[in-house]
Design a protein around this ligand. Structure first.
Ligand code: GTR
Length: 375
């Protein structure tokens, strides 16, 4: 049995205080502190085109901090024919907005024309629109450069920062902040319901989606896809071939607060673990997805984190993935979503965001948004 830091839940009315303590602990020890004073300063529509099942807008979103502004291109698809405002899924992409669709009209900022549509399998826009969701994406590099030594070049450069601060925010914190700014921007787009916002992310961007959802309670639903170490996977679960704090802070020192590296090979000393990150999203909806062959992201460690986070949902009389009286030792059936307001699925195959993952995520979102009367 895993020895995990306690969720220390008592009554739902004590949750705001406990949430505050946990947020502070994750800022301090893992991701760094998100500075106050940021905002979305403007949204300019660079062009809207009809697509099958809706329309696509190419926006310039200006984000701002005390030291300046930065323009982030955001690609938004909105379904047609809805009777009221529609829910919106917000997620960052790895290689440029033009890589998410083969459509010739989408602007190129970085990476080549030959990359157009190269990642379209991760963005099944037609199906997302058919299901009644709008979807907004931005290239993560346009928010924060994914390399060490660039902390002044992206949105972190918009804020005063002490590079020696062990609790200074890392790139994951910056990407998470960016998701919130995109939500500010799409809240202004006609036909979108900002109260029905879903944050989604794959892998390192799944870590960012979780941290965004933990901090920003406007996200009604959060989806983590193969987020692994520093995301949904328990640090204290020692699965075979999984990524460790030592590995992640060596390979990606810029992702976290500098102090996080001090827990390399000392997982048991980290004051928090992933189940508490997941619990921070309660009582809002959370769906965690893994892939069987993705040992590096530790599927079982991700599932066990959802089980250990379940008491947070249960304290609101909601259902997680925990089954009373059972101590899980293995993954649920492949391909089947388990749980309630906090749900989980593992699919066959490796590290990727597939159309099937989107299907599961939107099924989870449908359920909670229908309960709230938002779809
Ligand atoms: C890996 C990294 C993981 C994961 C992944 C990704 O190299 O070790 O933590 O984030 O990259 O983002 O695809």
């Amino acid at each position: 049995m895993l020895e995990l830091p306690a969720l220390s839940l008592t009554q739902p009315d004590e949750w705001p205080e406990r949430r505050g303590e946990l947020l502070e602990a994750f800022a301090r020890h893992v991701y760094g502190r998100t500075p106050a004073g940021g905002s979305t300063a403007g949204v300019e529509d660079r062009g809207t085109e009809a697509v099958r099942g809706g329309h696509r807008s190419d926006l310039d979103v200006t984000v701002a901090g005390p030291l300046g502004e930065r323009v982030v291109p955001v690609l938004v698809h909105v379904p047609e024919g809805a009777t009221g405002p529609v829910p919106v899924v917000i997620g960052l992409n790895f290689a440029g907005n033009h890589t998410t669709t083969p459509a010739p009209g989408v602007r190129i900022r970085r990476n080549a024309e030959t990359e157009r549509g190269a990642r379209a399998s991760r963005w099944p826009y037609g199906e997302i629109l058919r299901r009644g969701y709008a979807v907004a994406t931005a290239h993560y590099d346009d928010i924060e450069v994914d390399a060490p030594g660039h902390a002044s070049d992206g949105v972190r450069g918009l804020f005063l920062r002490d590079p020696a601060d062990p609790e200074g925010w890392g790139a994951i914190g910056a990407w998470a902040w960016g998701l919130g700014r995109i939500l500010d921007a799409v809240a202004e787009v006609p036909g979108i319901d900002p109260a029905a916002a879903v944050a989604i992310g794959h892998s390192r961007l799944g870590k960012a989606a979780l941290w965004a959802g933990a901090q920003d309670e406007r996200f009604a639903v959060v989806v983590s896809n193969d987020s692994g170490c520093g995301g949904a996977a328990l640090h204290r679960h020692h699965g075979p071939g999984k990524e460790t704090i030592a590995a992640i802070t060596t390979n990606f020192p810029h992702w976290f607060a500098p102090g996080f590296a001090g827990y390399a090979d000392r997982e048991d000393d980290l004051p928090v673990d992933a189940h508490q990150l997941l619990a921070l999203i309660a009582p809002r909806a959370l769906h965690v997805a893994s892939a069987v062959e993705d040992a590096w992201a530790d599927p079982l460690g991700e599932y066990l984190a959802t089980v250990a986070a379940s008491p947070a949902y249960e304290s609101f009389a909601l259902t997680g993935t925990r089954v009373e009286g059972e101590e899980p030792v293995s993954l649920p059936t492949v391909g089947r979503r388990v749980g309630g307001r906090l749900s989980y699925h593992v699919r066959s195959g490796g590290h990727d965001l597939t159309a099937g993952d989107w299907g599961q995520a939107l099924d989870a979102a449908d359920r909670v948004l229908a309960e709230r009367g938002s779809t």
